[in-house]
Design a protein around this ligand. Structure first.
Ligand code: URA
Length: 233
């Protein structure tokens, strides 16, 4: 790959803009030597205005999603892409959420530009279980666990029953829900089917990967190889 193409794919600008950047001397190696268009040192040695290059593809990031942000770049209003460096929205291949969260759901969100990885994680056969912490409007009634585990619950406007889901009460109005699949508004609609209403929802784990305590709401970072392995553990 040529330097121009690499920088354009990482979202630093159009090919023309990147060419201009290179010609202006803004792209150097780690010794400060100005790079020409025909050069391509190892990724880790390239600097743009003195800064290390963003990570190459394949890239997977972990984000602690705050309330009020949608997961689609096309939605009006705040999106999770607003929490990332602006050039990330121009990367090619682009970053996509691994299992979207509703606008008012918070917590663990992975984004990746690796389509195969995305499908591996969301496919029910991979058994990467998603755990949600739900806060409810009304006290639990005691029948929810059986209903959700039945494999017979059909959500409103659907015909295919849900796969059995895990249920663990945490207090009178709080529970953990474990899902094998990811249907639209699934947890909220499950509780609606049980006669309750979810007032707050947070995804706390995917597979064996838990939302790290030190990742504040709105913060993100690159997923480490150990964390990725934990998703499949
Ligand atoms: N279930 C929901 O209802 N909403 C989410 O965002 C995720 C799972």
């Amino acid at each position: 790959m040529k330097l121009v193409k690499l920088l354009a794919n990482l979202g630093y600008g159009s090919r023309k803009e990147v060419q201009r950047m290179i010609r202006s001397g803004a792209v150097t190696d780690d010794t400060g030597r100005v790079l020409g268009e025909g050069e391509l040192p190892p990724h880790g040695r390239i600097r743009v205005r003195g800064e290390e290059l963003d990570a190459p593809s394949p890239l997977t990031i972990i984000l602690n999603k705050p309330d009020g942000y949608t997961c689609s770049s096309e939605d009006p209003g705040d999106t999770v892409y607003d929490l990332l460096p602006p050039r990330f929205a121009c990367r090619n291949p682009g970053l996509n959420p691994i299992g979207r969260l509703d606008k008012d759901t918070t917590g663990l969100l992975l984004l990746t530009d690796d389509g195969k990885l995305l499908h591996r994680i969301i496919h029910p056969k991979s058994h990467c279980l998603k755990v949600y912490h739900a806060i409810l409007d009304r006290p639990l009634e005691g029948h929810e666990g059986e209903l959700f585990a039945s494999g017979a619950l059909v959500l409103n406007a659907e015909t295919k029953p849900l796969l059995p889901a895990g249920f663990e009460p945490r207090s009178e109005k709080q529970a953990l829900i474990t899902l094998h699949e990811g249907r639209y508004h699934q947890v909220r609609r499950m509780f609606a089917a049980a006669g309750n209403h979810v007032t707050a929802l947070k995804r706390i784990s995917i597979g064996g990967l838990h939302l790290p305590d030190d990742l504040e709401e709105g913060e993100w970072r690159e997923l480490t190889p150990d964390e990725l392995a934990a998703v499949f553990a």
